[in-house]
Design a protein around this ligand. Structure first.
Ligand SMILES: [Zn+2]
Length: 124
């Protein structure tokens, strides 16, 4: 059984993850609002942007890019929330695959990770 993190260390990561969670939620809200604005602007204008023109093409590209950022951000948010649950149930900082302790340095760099470096790179 891997050793668990000291309570002070766990509390520090909990605070970091909670901050991160709020930041991600705000980011998602901002992107959604922006997308909604673009959508409303488009439906209210007479012509929908033609993807063959430079203007329409770059707008479609922007929307596409924002969508992937949005999906990515939601994905990280889910991981952050999962990490917070693991902090509560005491499995935070333990590799999900091999059960070894994840080095604190790795958690510092990637607080929501649930795999040690070895297992994470084996998955790629
Ligand atoms: Zn592992």
């Amino acid at each position: 059984m891997a050793r668990t993190l000291a309570k002070s260390t766990r509390d520090r990561f909990r605070r970091r993850l909670e901050d991160e969670r709020l930041r991600l939620i705000e980011m998602i809200r901002d992107i959604e609002e922006e997308r909604e604005e673009v959508r409303l602007t488009e439906t209210s204008s007479d012509r929908s942007p033609d993807p063959n023109t430079a203007e329409g093409g770059s707008l479609a590209f922007e929307m596409e890019k924002e969508l992937s950022i949005l999906e990515n951000t939601r994905d990280i948010l889910a991981k952050v929330e999962e990490a917070l649950v693991r902090i509560e149930d005491g499995t935070y900082g333990v590799c999900d695959v091999c059960g070894e302790a994840i080095p604190v340095a790795r958690l510092e760099a990637l607080p929501y990770t649930k795999m040690c470096v070895t297992c994470a790179s084996a998955r790629r």
